[in-house]
Design a protein around this ligand. Sequence first.
Ligand code: NOJ
Length: 919
Amino acid sequence: MKGIVIFLILLHNVCGVKDYLFKDCDNSGFCQRNRLYAKNIAENESPYAVSQPSLVVSNTAQNSLTGVITKSIPQLDETRQFPFEISILEGSILRFKADEMRPETSGGMIRGNRYNEAAKWAFQDPDVPYESKYPVNVESTDQLVTISFGPNDTKAEFDVKDMTIKIYYKGQLQLVVNERNFFNIEHYRKRDENDKHLLPFESDFDSFKDSHNTASEDSIPLGPESIGLDFTFAGYKHVYGIPEHADSMSLKDTSESNWPYRLFNVDIFEYDTDSRMPMYGSIPLMLATKPKMSTAVFWLNAADTFIDIHKSNDVKTHWISENGVMDFLVILGETPAEINSKYGRLTGYAPLPPMFSLGYHQCRWNYNDEKDVLDITSKMDETLVPYDTIWLDVEYADAKKYFTWDIDAFPDPERMLKALDRTGRNLVLIIDPHLKVGYYVSDEVRKRDLAMKNSKNETFHGHCWPGESVWIDTFNPGSQEYWDSLFVRSETNKVMGGMSTNIYVWNDMNEPSVFDGPETSAPRDNIFYDGWEHRSVHNIYGLTFHEATFESLTKRLESSTRQRPFILTRSFYAGSQRTSAMWTGDNMAKWEYLEASIPMVLSSGIAGMPFAGADVGGFFGNPSKELLTRWYQTGIWYPFFRAHAHIDSRRREPWVPGEPFTSIIRDAIRLRYALLPTFYTCFYDSSQSGLPVMKPIFYECPHNVDAYEIDDQFFLGNSGLMVKPVTSEGATSVDVYLPDNEVYYEFTSGVPGKAYKGPKTVDLDVELADIPMFLKGGSIVARKDRYRRSTKLMQNDPYTLVVAFDNQGKATGKLHIDDGESYGYKEGQEINLQFYADSKGITAQFETVPDPTYVKAMQKIKIEKIILLGHGNDDQALVTQGEKSWQVQIVDGEIRNAGMSVAAEWKIKFATKLTHDEL
Ligand code: NOJ
C-alpha cells in the first residue's frame, strides 16, 4: 500500500494528464446508460407520462403548475411517481423541479432521498423571491398548459401529452425542453431486482458496480439514480459557459466523441488543452446567444454531470447527472449581459474585491524562508516593479500541517508580515482541506466529529501532500465555529500572524483532491454531514470549504480597516463568485496554454465568476523568455493576475530573464497598475450587474454574429478598452477585429495611435514590447500613471483621463473610488463619477451622493491630466469646479495640469481661443 501511495504522489508530481484516470462517457455507467437510452428512445415509447388528473394549475409565481410524472414498468405492472413543480422566480426565470417518490429508502447511514440542497449553496438567498413584477397567468386546455410570465409575451407551453415545454419570447421559440424525449429518471430499485426493472431497450451497465479502474470499490448503495434531459436552443448556433474546461469559448459539438463536456471537480494535473475533460470547478450554466436574444439553462445539480452538444440549425443538448433531483432554471434576456444580471441576482454577484487583490501577485511553490520573501520584495523595488502580494505554498508549514509554520524557515511570521506591511504588501497562505493525521487541527476535527466519513461512517483517511490525512467536512455547520477559532485575530494566535491584517488565504486541492482516491478524489460512497453521499454533493464541496474560509476571514478582519477578505480557490461551483476568486490550476509553460487561458477566463466570466486568472508563466516547466514576456502581457488583463510556478521549475521573477525582457515585463505590470482605476471600476460594475470583467467581444456587440466565436481578444468590462494579446511564438503581426460601426483608436501598450473605423479587421505589426490594444470611440477611461511600489501607496495619486470621441464626437465613462479595503463604500464612503464629453466640453457628475466626510477626505485628490483622442483643434479650455474657474491649455491633444478635485463635480469648456468674456 505504502509503495502505491508513493507511486501516486510521484505520478502527481511528474507526469502529464492520464486519461485512464478519468471516466469518459463510455466508461461512466450513468452516462453510457443515458446515451444509450437517448439513442433508443426514438424507436421506442417513452415510459414517462404526465398524469393528467394530478395537474394543479395556479395563477401564482410560486407554483404555477404542479403535478406528477409517472413512469411505467410494464413487466412489473408497476408505476413510479415523480412529483414536479413549475415556478417563476424573480427576473422571469422559469424553474422546473421533479423529485422521486421513493417507495422505500435504503435507510442506514445515508439519506435515501435524492439530494435536493444544491440551491441552498448556489443561491444567494435560499428563499429566492418569486416573480412579482409581471403577473403570472396560467391557462390550460386538455393538452396544453400555457404559463405567461414575463415581458414581451414571455410564455411557456407545457404539452402534457408530449411532455415538452416550449419557451417563447416576443412570439419566437427560444427553448424546447424534452423535444427529443430524453427525459429519464432512473428510479429506485434494489440490487437483486435490477433486471426486472429494466426496460427492454435499457442497459444495466455499471448500475450497482463501477468497473472503472480507479473506482471498483464504490458500493453504489442506492444503485442507478441518474437523471437525463434534453434542451434544444431553438435557432441558436452558439452556446457558452459550463466551465471549467480547457477549451474554446464557443462550445463544441460532442456528438461524435466519447467526451461530452463533463462537470466533475477533479485535480487534473497537466491537463490537456482543446479538451472537454473535467477540471477543478463546475458551473452548470449554459448560455446561448443569437442576435437580439439570449437564453440560458442553469442545471442545478451537484453530482457528476455530462453534457452532450449537437449543433445543427439549433443547438441540441443532453444533460446527464449521476443522481439528485431534476432541478433546472431557464433564464431569458435580450442580451448576454442581461442573463448575467439575472443569474447574479439568483446566485449573487462577485463582490468588489479589496484593491490590493487587483494588483500583481507573486507566487511560486515555494518561497523558502523569511529572507527569500523579503529579498523578493526588495528586488521588486530595486527593479521598479510594483507588486502587492507574495504567496506561500505548502512548504511554509511544518510538514505541510496547515496552521503551523516551519519554524526554522519562518521563525517570526508576525515580523515578516510587519515588514511586508511597511510598503503596503500582503501575504497569502495556502490552506487546504486535507489535514495530516496526528496534530492539533486534525485531532480536534476528529474529536468534534467534523471529518468526512467513509462508507462505513468512520473517519475517512486518504493521501495528499502531507501524507495520510483526514478532510474537514465543511457541509457540517459545526465546522465553521472550529474554523473560525483557527483564524481568530489575537495576540496569541501566532500561526495566523497575531494581530496582522495583511494575511489572506488560498484554498487549494478542495475538489477534494485525494491522491489515492478514485479519479484523484474521495470515494463517491463517502458520507458528508447529514447523511449525504459524497456522490450527491461532490461539485459543491470546494465551495463549502472556501465559503467557510471566507466567513472566518470576515470575522478576523471585522474590527480592522481591511474588512474585505480575499480568498483564492481552485475548486468552485455556482455561487462561488460571492466569496472567492478562482484560477485555472496547473497549466504548462507552453504557448497553447497561454492561448487557452483567454477562453477559459472568458467562460468563467460568462458563468458569473468574473474574478479569474491563470498562472502567469505556466505552472509546469520553464517558459522561454519570449513566452514569459508574452504571458505577462496577457496576464495583466486577467481579472486575477498572479505569476506562479511549480517547485521543480526554475526561478522566473520579472528580473530573471534580463534585458530587454525585464523592462518589457515591468512596463506591462506598470500598465496594469496604471489602469487599476479602470479595473476597479469594472469590478464595481460587475458587483452591481454580474458583467464579466474580461468581457467577450460578443457582449459588446451581441447582434454581430461575426463576433460570436472570437475568444482571443476581449474588452475590459464596459470601459471600451479592447485587447488582443500576442499568444504565438515569434509573432510579428496580429489581426485585430474591430467589431462594430465605430471609430477605434489604436492604443498599443497604452500609447495612443492611429484611428480606424470598424467593423473591420486590422493587421497590426507587433514587436516584443507591444500589447495590441484599442480604445473604442465613445469611452473615457481613468488611469494613475505614477509608479509606486504597491496599490496602497497609490491611494492619493492623481488621475489621468483618456477621452476617446466617437463618430458623433461624444464619449462617456465612469470612475468608482473608495478606500479599497473596507465596506464603507456601501454607506456612501465612495465617489461614483459619471463623465460626459462632446465637442463643447466635458462634465463630471456624481452618480450617487457621496458621504460628506468622505468627500472632505478626498478633496486633495486631483485629476491632473486629460488626454483627448479624436477631438478638434481647440487649444484652450475653461475648467469650473464649485465656485472656482480656471483656464488650461490643450497642447498636443492633452490638458496637463487640469487640477480638478475628484471629490466634486466639474465642467470643462473647450475653446479655440477663449475670449475675455468667456473667462
Ligand atoms: C496544486 C496547485 O494547483 C498548485 O498551484 C500548487 O502549487 C500545488 N498544489 C502545491 O500546493
